[in-house]
Every structure is written in structure tokens, then in C-alpha cells.
Design a protein around this ligand. Structure first.
Ligand SMILES: *Cc1c(COP(=O)(O)O)cnc(C)c1O
Length: 412
């Protein structure tokens, strides 16, 4: 196919087929050539309840009949007001302020800017950010700067700012992580940003809740702002609405996107404490928060998110999540008995394994081979190197799950 489209994270030189999707429903993508493909990675981690959820799609259509886009600097609208109130009611009460943007990466940029604005406005300028090894926080320059360095950002290294990296809390190495964080916090950094409980793009690396709790406590002790990037982990992915809940952790700044609209339409928020909001509050215009993007708090996107929040309020989402976790655990157990499957792990609705020899990098030969093998079986999985993970929409049924696990078991 001769298309002018330049796709993300796609090597067009390999000539791999790019299926054309014409319809989405539940856990499936339907292609123009008549295939039904199981979306075992929730279309890159965004789809929570299922594709084309009727309540969310209806909310989008309904709002589109009233409003398109309006400026959000100095203006407001009901969908955003309702959403902000709904979010504040859903998360720990200290996160009392909601700043809108339009992607996970932007919500991270906003979080970093809020942290630096906080310190400057308090008259103690601080600029250093601490991060966890193997992290991923997005693909814009600032978000890349606070993420792991590798082949995917090598060309842009000259633009990335320096950060303090704390080792990943691998099993047995947790104390080293905590000690490194404690030492780094003594040098008065502005903030520490983390993916709570599981590092997604870093390879579905899971670490215990008590480590998250300890990291939060260390930051609190040293007055270092704690930023939770829950762009992937929120909305039930890890078994609870927020992953932070499992550690009893309340961050100073919280980033949400992906499942915020159930995965239907782009939207993000950065939530902050009153301490951070108040640091920007002043009759002095030079102290305001200097950030906006054109589509901040798009009303149609906010309406989709309001429908998502209504689903969370009205329907037993966490029961579905628990049920999916149980159904995946049974299948993971069986899969893990295969000799070529290593390091099985699970959290909430996410499972991951290493396939084959292990230790492969993101660009290992395994990736494309596995991808082709899954494609032949009408299963959408996208390995991270040798790491194969399953992160399906919560509505996936048993027969689809069986097909996904068979595709992994038979991968060649
Ligand atoms: C996906 C992701 C992002 C970036 O979100 P985009 O909407 O793709 O910009 C940031 N942080 C984490 C943890 C993510 O998984």
C-alpha cells in the first residue's frame, strides 16, 4: 500500500503489513480484509472497559451536538467542571486541583513545570528531578529526559536534561534503591517522579507496594515533591483505581491520561495539592502557571471522561478487574510451565513473561518474529524485546483470552 502516513514506532523499511481497521468493538479490532483481531494490549494501554463502549460513545455524540472546542484560559464549561469535581471526589482529597491537557506526555511536562514553579514561587528555586531506572514517561523532550535512555532516544540525547537516577528496586535490591533515593533527596531536588508498582515501557517491571510507600515517605521527610505518573497504572489496570492506593500513598502531583476517557479520545489531567496550587496563587501575574495547549479540556473529551467516571460509579468495574486478574492467573500458570517461558509475573490486569533465551534488547530479533507469529493468529500483542505482556480490555471473554494465550504458547 502506498500511503503518505508515517506511523509511530514503525520501521517502514521492513515492509511489514499495516492492517487497516474499520471498526472496533469490545476486545476486538475488525479489519478491512475481514479479520477479527483480539486487542490483547488495549491499543497501547488506553482501552479499559472495551472498545466503542456504548455509554462513552453516546456521551461523545451528545456533547458534539452542543459544543466543539473553546478556549480554556479564563473560560470554562460544564463538562470540564463536572469532570474536575468527579476526579477530586474519586482520588485522595488532598489532590484538590485539576489541570487539563491532552496526552500522558503533556501531563508529565505539566507535572515537572508545576514542581519547578512551586519551588521558584516559594523563593527556593530548585531544578533537579529524580527518576527511577528503566522509567518511561512519554516521548516529548521533557518526558524523555525523565525516562530511561536507550536506542529510542539516542538521537535526541543532546536535547535531554540531566536527572538523578535511582536504581530500580529489583528483588533483593530494594534497600539499595531506598538508600540511593535518601542520598539523592539530601541534595534538595525539586521532585521525584515514579510509575507506581509497575514500569510499563521499561518491560513490565513490577516492584512491591512497600517500596513505593517507603519511597514516598523518604520524599516527604526531605520535602521533595512526589509525582506519581499513573498514566498507565490508573483506572483499574493494577487492580485498584490508582496503583498508589495499594501502598497507601498519596502523591503531591498525579498524572492521569490513557484510561481517563476509557481510552476513547485523548485527554489528560495533572492533579495537584493545594500547597502546589497556592504557591502559584498571587495578585502577581508573573507567578501564574505558564502552560496551555490549544485543546486543553476539550468539551467532547471531557464528556467522554465523565461517561467513564459514571461507569466507575455505576458498574462493578473493580469486580471485573479482579475477575480478569483471576482468569489471566490461571492461564499464566499453565503458560509458565513451558520450557521457553521465563519470569512470569502479574499485577492486576497485566501479565508478562520472557519468551525464549531472555535478556534481549528492545531491538532483539525476537520482536518482529513474535509480532508476525501473533499477527498470523489474529492476536494483537506487541512484545517489548523478548518481553511478551498481555493487558486486555476488561471485557475480554474466556475464548478470546484462550486464543491470546495459545498464540503466546505457540509463538515461533
Ligand atoms: C503512555 C505513557 C505516557 C505517555 O502518554 P502519551 O499519551 O503516549 O503521551 C507517560 N507515562 C506513562 C507511564 C505511560 O505509560
Amino acid at each position: 500500500m502506498n500511503s503518505p502516513v508515517w506511523h509511530p514506532f514503525t520501521q517502514h523499511g521492513l515492509g511489514e503489513p499495516i492492517p487497516l481497521v474499520t471498526r472496533t468493538e469490545g476486545a476486538a479490532l475488525h479489519t478491512r480484509d475481514g479479520r477479527r483481531v483480539i486487542d490483547a494490549i488495549s491499543s497501547w494501554w488506553v482501552t479499559t472497559h472495551g472498545h466503542s463502549h456504548p455509554r462513552i460513545m453516546a456521551a461523545i455524540a451528545d456533547e458534539a451536538g452542543r459544543m466543539d472546542q473553546i478556549i480554556f484560559a479564563g473560560w470554562t464549561h460544564e463538562p470540564a467542571e463536572t469532570l474536575a469535581r468527579g476526579l477530586v471526589a474519586m482520588v485522595p482529597s488532598t489532590l484538590a486541583h485539576v489541570f487539563f491537557s491532552d496526552s500522558g506526555s503533556t501531563s508529565v511536562e505539566v507535572a515537572l513545570k508545576m514542581a519547578l514553579g512551586f519551588w521558584l514561587n516559594r523563593g527556593e528555586p530548585r531544578g533537579r528531578i529524580l527518576v527511577l531506572e528503566h522509567s518511561y514517561h512519554g516521548d516529548t523532550i521533557g518526558a524523555m529526559s525523565v525516562g530511561a535512555r536507550g536506542v529510542f532516544n539516542r538521537a535526541y540525547a543532546p536535547l535531554l536534561f540531566d536527572v538523578g537516577t535511582v536504581p530500580f528496586p529489583a528483588a533483593g535490591g530494594e534497600q539499595a534503591t531506598l538508600d540511593a533515593l535518601e542520598a539523592a533527596c539530601r541534595e534538595a531536588p525539586a521532585a521525584f517522579i515514579v510509575e507506581p508498582l509497575v514500569l510499563g515501557a521499561g518491560g513490565m517491571l513490577i516492584y512491591p507496594a512497600w517500596v513505593l510507600a517507603e519511597m514516598r515517605a523518604i520524599c516527604a521527610r526531605h520535602g521533595v515533591l512526589f509525582i506519581a505518573d499513573e498514566v498507565m497504572t490508573a483506572w483499574g489496570r493494577t487492580g485498584t483505581l490508582l496503583a498508589c492506593e495499594q501502598a497507601g500513598v498519596v502523591p503531591d502531583i498525579l498524572c492521569l491520561s490513557k484510561g481517563l476517557t476509557g481510552g476513547a479520545i485523548p485527554l489528560a489531567v495533572t492533579m495537584a495539592t493545594s500547597e502546589i496550587f497556592d504557591a502559584h496563587l498571587s495578585p502577581d501575574r508573573a507567578r501564574m502557571f505558564f502552560h496551555s495547549s490549544s485543546y486543553t479540556a476539550n468539551p467532547i473529551a471531557c464528556a467522554a471522561a465523565n461517561a467513564n467516571l459514571a461507569i466507575w460509579r455505576d458498574e462493578p468495574v473493580l469486580e471485573r478487574v479482579a475477575d480478569l486478574a483471576r482468569r489471566q492467573a490461571e492461564r499464566l500458570d499453565r503458560l509458565a510451565r513451558q520450557p521457553n517461558i521465563h519470569h512470569p509475573r502479574a499485577i492486576g490486569t497485566i501479565i508478562a513473561v520472557e519468551v525464549g533465551g531472555g535478556g534481549g534488547s528492545y531491538l532483539s530479533d525476537m520482536g518482529p518474529r513474535l509480532l508476525a507469529s501473533f499477527r498470523r493468529r489474529d492476536v494483537l500483542l506487541r512484545p517489548l524485546g523478548n518481553t511478551v505482556y498481555v493487558m486486555p480490555p476488561y471485557c475480554i471473554d474466556d475464548s478470546d483470552l484462550d486464543q491470546v494465550y495459545a498464540a503466546i504458547a505457540e509463538a515461533d
